[in-house]
Design a protein around this ligand. Structure first.
Ligand SMILES: [Zn+2]
Length: 537
């Protein structure tokens, strides 16, 4: 641990600034400049405010875990969160960007406007009881939080409520704007929020994402941006045995497209990642399929190569249609820009990370973590014990996954905070990543994250130079080599019908397992799980 204000000189400079007539408090207008001693005091109070909300954080985390809702179907989750925020004085706008489960919650007035976001959706087929180190589903075949998106809003709200107390008491200028990452697991939400102008008056975005350490980064991020697009082919049915020559097979077109892409992928940059699922392969073998569809994710590390590879996929789809005398239509389902994070804000956040440090894990928590790591053949090193240094712009980008926070990061200065609510070395998009997500590990991880969030927001509220520097970095450094290329057009629509059938099927069963915080202290208590349960009885 080291003090963020090691240099007295800084404090004196800030004091001098104050003495020259910068207003110390204001209802509206620019951020409120204060001395670094005063800021340190406010941060201490914010940390206390977060500590006082440990119970609330645990309840929110466990409750959202128990809802386990897929992309675009986060109805229980959104209702629960917005009710809490509304009761706490936030003004809620629901159904933003044409997405029924998206919302914006505002509190405060004036600048800076700080956008605080985190994802809320879960993943198919990852239903898992928490706190046990073996595979056991809550509801067979149901969706589950196999990544840990149940924890981010609990963190954000905990931090926001602690901040609100301080801002209200000190009549600080500033607005908190909380928002959800809807359908992040489909990479199908945030670009629509951007297009709808959700971030129009936002000065900076502090985004949180579940991880296994407390960390942040600046610059281009390892990983990819992507386009999610479904190609549908339209032909003619016929009797597959009696008169196959009268049919035009849409399934043939899908197979030809996939073959074409699989040949072509060898001649693309190794940074590309692409994958597909056949979403419609026809009805039955004795009817030539007149309709067939294949859904592609096309990923690359920069805007130019995403566009280039998308054009290749379009051409192959078009050629497949011509080979089969079918017609082709395409539908954009989602997109994610490659991520780029703000250096000035990340540096401020890192100082707070260093001050907060990692949670002190108990022997039981480490025992559980190691058991889960063993179960999935991960390195058995237990929970994170060492902070990582601030991750800086990599010399060469490594390919990998995408997150549609990328679109936000090209719209407004943004940083992402990863917090240690999960176990290192588990497999994500997998039930093993759900095992810790309603246990003391998750609860401690979100408290650590909430402290960093509240402290960093205080930096933005009271040190206007960080906001100015972030805007300058965004304009002159971030956009030097490439500018935002939105993956969606003005007419692409959010695919809000997706996952409805699946959730309609599973929700009645899942409902029986919703966390009842009035009756049970924790979700583990409700499920009768004695943490940590290491061996299957
Ligand atoms: Zn995620």
């Amino acid at each position: 641990m080291r003090s963020i204000f090691a240099k007295r000189v800084l404090a004196l400079a800030a004091f001098a600034l104050l003495a020259t007539g910068v207003p110390s408090t204001a209802q509206t207008g620019p951020a409120t400049a204060i001395s670094s001693e005063k800021l340190a005091e406010l941060k201490k109070q914010a940390v206390e405010g977060v500590e006082q909300r440990r119970k609330l954080a645990q309840v929110m985390n466990d409750k959202i875990f128990s809802f386990s809702e897929l992309a675009f179907q986060e109805f229980e989750t959104s209702k629960y969160i917005t009710d809490i925020l509304e009761k706490n004085g936030f003004t809620i706008k629901r159904g933003v960007a044409g997405i029924p489960t998206a919302w914006v919650a505002r509190w405060g007035s004036g600048s800076p406007v700080i956008g605080i976001g985190s994802d809320i959706d879960c993943l198919p087929k990852t239903s898992q009881k928490p706190g046990i180190a073996w595979r056991e589903q809550l509801v067979d075949g149901a969706p589950g939080h196999g990544e840990g998106h149940n924890s981010g809003q609990a963190l954000n709200i905990t931090a926001a409520l602690a901040l609100k107390d301080i801002m209200q008491r000190d009549k600080m200028s500033g607005t908190l704007l909380l928002w959800p990452g809807v359908a992040e697991e489909l990479l199908a939400g945030k670009a629509f929020l951007v297009r709808a102008g959700v971030f129009k008056d936002v000065d900076a975005v502090l985004f949180t994402h579940v991880g296994s350490n407390l960390q942040t980064s600046w610059g281009d991020s390892n990983g990819t941006g992507m386009l999610s697009v479904e190609y549908s082919f339209h032909g003619e049915t016929a009797h597959s045995a009696l008169a196959p020559w009268r049919g035009k097979s849409a399934l043939d077109a899908v197979e030809l497209m996939d073959m074409g892409w699989n040949m072509r992928r060898e001649h693309l940059r190794p940074e590309q990642r692409s994958h597909y699922v056949i979403t419609n392969g026809g009805d039955q073998p004795n009817v030539v399929p007149s309709e067939a569809s294949v859904w592609y994710f096309i990923r690359e590390t920069d805007f130019a190569n995403i566009s280039k590879n998308t054009a290749i996929a379009d051409k192959i789809a078009d050629a497949a249609a011509r080979m089969t005398d079918t017609t082709m239509t395409r539908r954009v389902i989602g997109t994610a820009a490659p991520r780029h994070f703000s250096k000035p804000i990340a540096e401020a956040m890192q100082a707070n990370i260093n001050q907060v440090g990692l949670p002190k894990w108990t022997e039981d928590e480490n025992l559980f973590a190691k058991a889960v790591q063993k179960l999935v053949d991960g390195k058995q090193e237990g929970l994170a014990t060492e902070l990582r240094p601030l991750a800086t712009q990599p010399a060469k980008l490594e390919s990998g996954a995408s997150d549609d926070i990328g679109d936000v990061s090209w719209t407004v200065p943004t940083v992402a905070l990863y917090y240690p609510a999960n176990i290192p070395n588990v497999s994500i998009h997998h039930w093993s990543a759900a095992m810790a997500m309603a246990t003391p590990i998750a609860h401690k991880g979100i408290i650590a994250g909430a402290k960093v969030m509240a402290m960093t927001a205080l930096d933005l509220l009271t040190r206007p130079e960080i906001v100015t520097q972030a805007k300058d970095y965004f304009a002159t450094v971030q956009q030097k080599n490439q500018k935002y290329v939105p993956g969606i057009s003005a007419t692409d629509m959010p695919q809000i019908q997706m996952n409805k059938e699946t959730m309609d099927k599973f929700r009645p069963e899942q409902r029986k397992f919703y966390y009842d915080e009035a009756r049970y202290d924790t979700y583990l208590d409700q499920l009768g799980i004695k943490f940590p349960a290491i061996t299957k009885p």
